[in-house]
Design a protein around this ligand. Sequence first.
Ligand code: 13P
Ligand code: SF4
Length: 338
Amino acid sequence: MMTNTVILPDSTSKTLQDIDPHMDLQAEINRLRREKNAVILAHYYQDGEIQDLADFVGDSLDLSRKAAATDADMIVFSGVRFMAEVAKILSPEKTVVIPDAEAGCSLEDSCQAEAFKKWRDAHPDHISLTYINCSAEVKALSDVIVTSSSAEHIIKSLPKDQPILFAPDRHLGAYLERVTGRDMVLWPGTCIVHEQFSAREISRLKTQHPGALVAAHPECPESILEVADHVGSTSQILKFVHEAPAKEFIVATEKNIIHQMEKDSPNKIFHPAPGADGGCNCGNCPYMELNTLEKMYLAMVNETPAITMDEDLRARAQKPLDRMLELAPAAKPSQNAA
Ligand code: 13P
Ligand code: SF4
C-alpha cells in the first residue's frame, strides 16, 4: 500500500531499460556514492550482494541510529519503506532514497492511522508502545517506538502500573508479555513471513540434524518460539549464532540473514526454517526482495524514489522515535559489511 511520503521518478528519470547490461553496476554505485557523498544502509533481510555493497548492515535499531548520526548528504536505504521514513524523520536535511517505493510491510498495512487513532482514543489511560514497523502517521500518534532489540528493555523501564497498548505485531506483543510479565492490549497485526514457519516441520528438521539449535525472531507465533533455543532480533540472532558452540542452526527468520551468518561463521551450517509444506520458500520477505542493485543504481542517479514528509508530521513522528533512542539499551560495536 503506497503512502504519500514518496516522490516517485518522473518522465525524465532513467529506467531499468536505460541500464547498459554490460555496465559494472557495483563500480557505478561506488562512483555515485563518492560523487554524491552517499551512505548505503541495508537491512539483514536484503539480498547478499546488497548487504556486501552497503556501508552498514544492521537491525532496525542499529539502522535508525546510523541514519540519525550520518554526515552523508544522501542516505540510500535498502530495506523497506518505513525504515527509510525513519531515516528521513531523524535526518530531515538529507536526501533519503529507496530502491523500490513499493517495498512495504504487512505489519504497516495492518495498522492504518485512522483505525489506530480510534483504538488509542478508546484507551485513554494507556500509553502507546508501537513497533517501528508502521507508517510515519502511526508513529506520530504513538508515545514510544520500539524495535525487537529494544522493546523488552523499554517495557521494563516503565512503571509497573502503567497500562500499555502495543501495536501492530500481536506475536511480538505476546512474546513481550511473556518475558516482561506485563499485560498489554495488542493490535492484531502479523508479519506474513514469520507467520508461515511450521513448528512441526522445524521439529522434524531438528530430528534430521541432532544438535542443531533453533534461532527465531519474536515476530514468529508462540508455537515456533516454543521450539526455539534462542529468540531475538536479527542482530541478537547473529550474536547467538556467532557465540553458540553448536555447529548447525535452524534459522526462523527471513533467510537472507543467513548470508551474514555464513560470512561470519563459515564452518557452521545453517538451515532456513521450513514452512508447513516442508519447503523453505516462505522465508523470503516479498517486500524486501523488491530491492535490487539495478534499482539502487537508478535511485542514486535519479534521486528518486525519495522520502518526503510534511514538517508537522515529521516533527510529531520524531518525538516517539527520540524516546526510543533515549530509552533503548546502549549501542553495540557496529557491524560493517563494506
Ligand atoms: P529487526 O532487524 O529489528 O529484528 O527487525 C526485523 C524486521 O521485521 C524488519 O522488517
Ligand atoms: Fe514486514 Fe515481515 Fe517483511 Fe519485516 S519480514 S518487512 S515485518 S513483512
